[in-house]
Design a protein around this ligand. Structure first.
Ligand code: NAG
Ligand code: NAG
Length: 248
């Protein structure tokens, strides 16, 4: 008797799961961009894109990440649909300009590896709403919609190695999209906290900005540095990204 109840419960549960496959099974998205200047000015140093790369030193897309309200996230959900660059061939030229790789995650910098990682880790978990093309296209759409550098500049916050209030930076963005973003910092060579990544929260269909249900711990200080835009030739050589150990 008990066995029958359990079995029928399992059958029912699997029916519910399969019939709700088109609804997102996560709670919201982070759409994350990074500031290349914070890489070149970091203890790690940067590994600039090759001169032929079309990447600029504006905010660069990192990716669109499904999240749970409790601060955890699904990852690497499907090994059978890995990144296939031929599925986004019409988007490549825009991706090269807005989704470049400044040696943060791969060195020598390789943007294809970053795109591959973003789809394989995060994109495969959002297939209830996106295929590969719409995942990458949605990232580009938000990048076009939200000119973060300009938004900050209009509030007098500029990449000039100056220090700005963390709340001031959040408020400048909140004034435009209605909700405060999460800010992640890293450290410059002197150990000063600087603006590294901006997390914008989106609803679980990636349509609207929302109040962040969970704010990432950004390890910032109350005043943070906004490093200058990197110049390719001022960056650390691609072979020497490890911090040099002081021998004195
Ligand atoms: C967070 O929420 C997800 C989805 O509801 C759940 O699967 C996971 O176990 C939770 N993790 C923790 C640490 O609470
Ligand atoms: C960049 O990464 C892609 C994907 O992993 C790989 O196919 C390609 O060979 C890499 N390019 C270089 C120049 O290393």
């Amino acid at each position: 008797m008990r066995g029958i109840i359990i079995v029928s419960f399992l059958v029912l549960q699997s029916l519910v799961v399969s019939s709700s496959q088109s609804a997102p099974d996560f709670n919201f998205f982070y759409w994350v961009t990074y500031w290349p200047g914070a890489i070149c000015e970091s203890q790690k140093g940067c590994c600039p894109p090759p001169p032929e790369a079309k990447t600029s030193s504006d905010f660069m897309i990192h990716g669109l990440w499904p999240q749970f309200n409790n601060g955890t996230w699904p990852a690497f959900c499907d090994q059978t649909n890995l990144f296939d660059i031929s599925k986004v061939s019409d988007l490549i030229s825009r991706m090269e300009r807005k989704w470049g790789e400044w040696g943060v995650w791969t060195c020598p910098s390789n943007e294809t590896k970053l795109w591959e990682h973003e789809w394989d880790k995060h994109g495969t978990c959002v297939q209830s709403i996106f295929d590969q093309h719409s995942y990458f296209h949605t990232n580009l759409k938000f990048r076009q919609k939200l000119d973060l550098l300009n938004i900050l500049k209009q509030s007098g916050i500029k990449p000039n190695d100056g220090f700005y209030g963390l709340e001031e930076i959040k408020n400048a963005i909140k004034c435009v999209i209605g909700f405060a973003p999460g800010i992640e910092c890293n450290e410059d060579v002197e150990g000063k906290k600087q603006l590294f990544q901006i997390y914008i929260c989106l609803d679980n269909y990636a349509k609207e900005f929302v109040e962040c249900p969970y704010v990432p711990d950004g390890s910032c200080a109350s005043k943070i540095k906004f490093p200058k835009s990197p110049k390719t030739d001022s960056c650390t050589d691609s072979q020497s990204v490890m911090p040099s150990v002081s021998t004195t």
